[in-house]
Design a protein around this ligand. Structure first.
Ligand code: HEC
Length: 128
């Protein structure tokens, strides 16, 4: 009986781990929509948009050396999952006057996957 319980527990853990891996892989595909303008990772630099290392916990307009719009700087938000989800659905609705030209991602699952992908990268661009 104990053995069976352990086997079920291990199977559950493995299933959860693989579901998470899939989400990050899907998020990486979604990231392709951002790559024309944003970089992430250890060698990330600012491009058309600021680098997105350590995004969650960052304040709007915080990346040094990036020339933000007045609207983005004045938005006065700290990026967390809920704020990011609202923003990425429709950037111009969340931050009117943003210079980010992006139609948005409406699909909740895609937003969750993209969030999981972005969350891997710490402030220094290394995977956490
Ligand atoms: C066509 C270029 C372009 C694309 C595509 C794009 N962005 Fe942006 N993004 C920008 C620009 C430019 C800014 C700076 C906005 C400002 O200063 O008003 C920005 C700002 C941001 C910010 C705010 C950063 C901060 O430090 O306050 C986030 C978060 C963001 N983008 C995420 C994304 C994600 C995720 C994607 C892909 C799903 C994406 N962007 C696609 C150009 C783009």
């Amino acid at each position: 009986m104990k053995l069976l319980t352990s086997a079920i527990l291990i199977a559950t853990i493995l299933a959860a781990a693989s579901a998470q891996a899939q989400d990050i892989a899907a998020g990486e595909r979604s990231w392709n929509k951002c790559r024309a303008c944003h970089q992430i990772g250890e060698t990330a630099k600012n491009g058309v948009g600021p680098h997105l290392n350590g995004l969650f916990g960052r304040h709007t307009g915080e990346v040094e050396g990036y020339s933000y719009s007045a609207a983005n700087k004045a938005a006065n938000l700290t990026w967390d999952e809920a704020i990011f989800a609202e923003y990425i659905k429709d950037p111009k609705a969340k931050i009117p006057g943003t210079k980010m030209v992006f139609a948005g991602i409406k699909n909740e699952k895609e937003i969750a996957d993209l969030t999981a992908f972005l969350k891997q990268f710490g402030k220094d661009g290394k995977k956490l």
